[in-house]
Design a protein around this ligand. Structure first.
Ligand SMILES: [Zn+2]
Ligand SMILES: [Zn+2]
Length: 239
């Protein structure tokens, strides 16, 4: 590679690279000097640039994928680049997700159509960096659309935080609903237990099967309600 290329890679002028080469004796030696301009081994230069913090390993554009559904239209998958996900701490709060739509008005219009129902859309599965797959059974809507000069479209979605839960493991997703039973489950219980004390009733459980109604309270698994229930009780203050 030529020094010009190294300069472009590091986002500086050629003169800066010439300077680095002059000042640092560990700068790679030219691989060929037949030309007027010296040529360098590409991987040697790239390693040097990395080692001296002149360039960074590209992290890649992070993105979120979401599968939305409403009665109005078929299920649809969207991708949001450079996503920002703000999860509320309180069940009365609102979660927000914003990001750039990959394309076009078609995506934005589909989003608008899907979420423009009285109850809002259902988020079958949201996969985003640094969070387990989430799902929201209803109430998802678009609260903001912003078109940048470059043609990109940034959208913000919001939903009631209390409805958020961990997405089901099945590929289609959806929230894992579970219930906190009235009484401590007995030895017969074969339901899936949750950390919050809730359980996901299975139809063949003798205690909580289809015939029994165990629920004291249904809530989305892994959501805020779970978090509150699993939080250790505050220690008693000495009198
Ligand atoms: Zn059970
Ligand atoms: Zn729970």
């Amino acid at each position: 590679m030529l020094l010009t290329e190294a300069a472009r890679m590091a986002g500086v002028g050629r003169a800066a690279v010439v300077n680095w080469r002059r000042r640092h004796d560990d700068f790679p030696a030219p691989a060929a000097v037949t030309d007027v301009h010296p040529r360098f081994d590409r991987s040697a230069v790239v390693s040097w640039l990395l080692a001296h913090d002149k360039i960074a390993v590209p992290a890649g554009v992070s993105s979120a994928t979401l599968v939305l559904w409403s009665g109005q239209a078929a299920e649809r998958r969207f991708r949001l680049d450079d996503p920002v996900l703000e999860l509320a701490d309180d069940a009365d709060g609102e979660d927000r997700l914003s990001g750039w739509t990959t394309d076009t008005d078609a995506d934005a219009d589909a989003l608008a159509t899907l979420t423009a129902t009285d109850t809002g859309a259902s988020l079958r599965r949201l996969t985003a960096p640094a969070t387990p797959p989430l799902a929201v059974p209803a109430g998802v809507r678009v609260i903001d659309r912003y078109r940048a000069g470059s043609g990109g479209l940034r959208v913000t979605l919001a939903w009631p935080a209390g409805l958020r839960g961990t997405a089901d493991r099945r590929p289609r997703g959806g929230t894992v609903d579970h219930a906190v039973p009235y009484a401590t489950p007995g030895a017969q219980c074969v339901c899936v237990r949750q950390a919050c004390g809730g359980l996901i009733p299975v139809p063949y459980c003798p205690e909580h099967g289809r015939t029994a109604e165990p629920a004291m309270e249904w809530h989305p698994a892994g959501g805020i309600r779970c978090t509150h229930l699993t939080r250790p009780a505050p220690a008693e203050q000495p009198a």
